[in-house]
Design a protein around this ligand. Sequence first.
Ligand SMILES: Cc1ncc(C[n+]2csc(CCOP(=O)(O)OP(=O)(O)O)c2C)c(N)n1
Ligand SMILES: [Mg+2]
Length: 354
Amino acid sequence: MTTVAEFAIESTQLLDPNGQVVGPLPDFARDPAELIALYRAMVLTRTFDTKAIALQRTGRLGTYASSLGQEAVAVGVAAAMQRQDVLLPSFREHGAQLWRGVTLKELFLYWGGDERGNDFAGPRQDFPNCVPVGSHAPHAVGVALAFRLRRERHAAVCLFGDGATSKGDVAEAFNMAGVWKVPAIFVINNNGWAISVPRAQQTAAATLAQKAIAAGIPGEQVDGNDVIAVRMVAERALARARRGDGPSLIEVVTYRLCDHTTADDASRYRDDAEVSRHWSAEPIARLRSYLVGLGAWTKDKEEALLQECSRAVEDAAGVYLATAPLPPAAMFEHVYANAPADLIEQQEALSCSM
Ligand SMILES: Cc1ncc(C[n+]2csc(CCOP(=O)(O)OP(=O)(O)O)c2C)c(N)n1
Ligand SMILES: [Mg+2]
């Protein structure tokens, strides 16, 4: 018998749910301004979320995937990235997109079904949302391989859910990232649920992070409601990638406090008591408690921030609602340089029916 591998999965938490420090804080966390920027980004994300749901409920936005309770995942990861890195989000990472410079108006357009929402004025190299579960993980390996071949010290950062880890595309991406040792960071937003499938029914593995081990890449867990820990762990993985030390997998453990999307009613398959229990660990109150404890945050600052975020979101929603929709024929644009015959046929059929 030969032991070929033994592993332990590291799990990082720096702030507990009450905002008490329980681990050595990284340097950036010594500067309250840095922490306030993370706090602001999470509050803006939640404000956008609330407005998006209200617009969907009143027939003015398409189906929407809320990130309630998971703001620290997106914000923490994006805050660790450098501008020239490439973000490959799934569909619950508005917080990361906003941090990277995607505008509120673009987000509203996208969720309103308008492709112009994906034509980011800011981070043009970032990928649009990927709604097919996990199919962007191999793309992340391709982006990372390109960085390696061009000898550019950037990384591809790909986020997906716990459910996506059961997909073949994701396993194949881990595998090839390990073989080619590319600068790719895979982030699992483990929010406990894949629509109505709980994590326990998703896999018999004790952690999702250990799925990295078989691919020969490091995997670890981090408390996904602790934005400081998420940023620190992501920064560490990115530093390794930039040094040429290859890919990493980070399982960010959080909880989906919301329905899967506005097309879902989670009360049909999930116990309300479970949801209530998880509210006590949510990321925004946790960082606020810490900031208040430091003397860096007050009621007045909180009120001013809520007002500022609400104004920004309302203004962007107003611009979105006043934007004339694209004509139906626009759906044929930007897909193929040379459209295949069946698409041309459909395009012609559409123009005849107009
Ligand atoms: C390939 C594919 N199969 C099924 C779906 C329908 N679907 C959308 S989200 C989802 C669950 C995803 O769960 P998870 O990966 O945990 O991400 P979460 O939604 O929890 O963020 C499914 C099955 C899809 N979008 N794509
Ligand atoms: Mg999930």
